[in-house]
Design a binder for this molecule. Sequence first.
Ligand code: RP5
Length: 162
Amino acid sequence: MILIGSANDWVVMQEAGAELDQLGVSWRVHVASAHRSLTRTLDLVRRAEEDGVKVFICGAGMAAHLAGVVAAATVRPVVGVPLPGGVADGLDALLATVQMPGGIPVATVAVGKAGARNAALLAAEMLAVNDDSLADRLRRVRAAQAAAVVAADEALANGGRS
Ligand code: RP5
């Protein structure tokens, strides 16, 4: 399940949904602010666990406490995506997300769209531990990436100076 601290976060976090779609992993998204709607956020996490949600992806900016609050409320894995837009353009959210006290882990990825994408891939890798078909799809994504690098190299060589 994807949780975002504000509807404004979706412009970046939709990258995670797109990646999960590509991998054939079902997902849903909710706006759930750790600060503006704490009780509802905790209710969403509890109900998601009851519904069988296995991994939470949380994207938030500024004082980005969403991933930490969700991690405090579940023993399911939580992947935190720090988002740009605060006074330090994501560095603030990165520190807020990554600096969890020992005992309550949040797997924190890069700031912004790369992080949103990696959060989806990391969540899929967690699910793939017990899903060989999903593991194969992840391997195909890696192979496609490697092929794209080779294609880009060849295009540059062919169009570049000799
Ligand atoms: C955070 O505060 C949200 O995750 C968002 O990134 C940031 C600003 O929220 P808005 O004022 O844009 O709703 O809680």
